[in-house]
Design a protein around this ligand. Structure first.
Ligand SMILES: NC(=O)c1ccc[n+]([C@@H]2O[C@H](COP(=O)([O-])OP(=O)(O)OC[C@H]3O[C@@H](n4cnc5c(N)ncnc54)[C@H](O)[C@@H]3O)[C@@H](O)[C@H]2O)c1
Length: 360
């Protein structure tokens, strides 16, 4: 298919929020998606709305979310605002009859995540959480290998190291970011609580990938070390399939950004090293099978994971395809896992995800 070719049937998407993630990923993701269209942008800050409208030329612009939701031509919304607003605005969108792709983490507390689960269960609308790593073609390949060829899983080891030089790299990889003093932010600047914020923002990727590949997590025990300006979590993971699990999160590492995982199984193994997501390069993923004694490694030329997650979301809605993206149950489980990690750090206990309440 030619570059940027559009299919006949397109999902009309309204993007809420013209902040950094929309400018770096969602606006272009909608424009480049083969089966979606950037129909509307909604942003409270007038300067951001104006510059986004000028650059991306949606059919409609809105300052108020309820006005965008009232437009019958909007089939689905992408909610790309601060974490604290995710659940209330997702509930509002569902109540207005719109499908939702909400940024990760799905919310900030177990209770609000459960309320969203109830709302999704009560209706027939789709909710997907923006765990875009699932759409790295290398990660998707690993998932297929795990389900079809690995056999029983013995161990899963995952890691996520943010880099001290991350912003030097992203400044070059992302468009020049437009910011606004009028942007709506949650009260009290939650980003100031670094331990909590970093666990939510980076740990959500680490734990979603662990669950995507390793299966359901039933309990975790975690240790935490805060030295100089770096935060480090070592997480012991108990999977429901009995595999031994470990994940570590270090933010920031004096070194290159890296996400990755190693999996050992009955009939093979997987090793993966993922680049900073903004390079839009396929992870370096190799799957070894004892059947043929070969390592297999995908090229994954199209690795714009933010676009691929939109395409998959649209395929679910337009063609009834199965949902590869994280659903509301994944969103809840990931929040439970992060809350359990945060609480375990304080008491050293192995905490079942089912037992935790509150926020990380
Ligand atoms: N998947 C990823 O890799 C990834 C990467 C970066 C950020 N994120 C997530 O994306 C989300 C947004 O991040 P950001 O840095 O763009 O946030 P931001 O807070 O800087 O920007 C959000 C924008 O939404 C607008 N907004 C908020 N509430 C609104 C409302 N009710 N109506 C209209 N406009 C509203 C704000 O004015 C602001 O301009 C966060 O949850 C973050 O965790 C995900």
């Amino acid at each position: 298919m030619a570059r940027s070719a559009k299919e006949a049937e397109l999902l009309n998407i309204g993007v809420l929020g013209a902040g950094p993630i929309s400018q770096a990923a969602h606006f272009e993701g909608c424009q480049k998606a083969r089966n979606a269209r950037l129909y509307a942008i909604c942003e409270l800050a007038p300067d951001l709305l104006e510059s986004a409208a000028h650059t991306y030329r949606p059919a409609k612009i809105f300052r108020r979310f309820d006005a965008m939701l009232a437009d019958p031509a909007v089939h689905a919304v992408i909610i790309a605002v601060a974490d604290q607003f995710h659940v209330p605005l997702s509930l509002q969108a569902l109540a207005a009859g719109k499908h939702v792709l909400v940024e990760k983490p799905m919310g900030v507390s177990v209770e609000e995540a459960e309320s969203l689960r109830q709302a999704v269960a009560a209706g027939s609308l789709i909710l997907q959480v923006g765990h875009n790593r699932r759409f790295d073609p290398g990660v998707a390949f690993a998932r297929l290998f795990v389900s079809q060829e690995l056999g029983r899983m013995q161990s899963y080891q995952g890691w996520y190291y943010d880099s001290t030089d991350r912003y030097i790299m992203t400044d070059n990889l992302q468009p020049l970011m437009r910011l606004s003093d009028s942007a709506r932010r949650p009260a009290g600047d939650p980003k100031n609580d670094r331990q909590r914020y970093l666990l939510l923002t980076h740990g959500s990727h680490l734990l979603d990938t662990a669950r995507f590949l390793g299966g359901e997590i039933i309990a975790v025990r975690a240790r935490y070390n805060h030295s100089f300006d770096a935060h480090c979590w070592f997480i012991e993971i108990h999977f429901s399939n009995g595999a031994l699990g470990h994940a570590d999160l270090t933010v920031p590492l004096r070194g290159d950004f890296e996400e990755g995982f190693r999996i050992a199984g009955e009939f093979g193994s997987v090793r993966a090293r993922l680049p900073l997501t903004w390079f839009h390069r396929c992870g370096d993923v190799e799957c070894y099978s004892i059947k043929d004694g070969l390592y297999r490694r995908p090229l994954g030329a199209d690795a714009f994971s933010y676009k691929l997650q939109i395409e998959s979301f649209a395929d679910v809605l337009l063609h009834g395809k199965s949902q590869l993206g994280a659903d509301v149950h994944d969103g809840v489980a990931n929040i439970r896992a992060m809350v359990a990690v945060a609480k375990s750090v304080t008491n050293g206990e192995l905490l079942p995800l089912a037992s935790v309440t509150g926020e990380p």
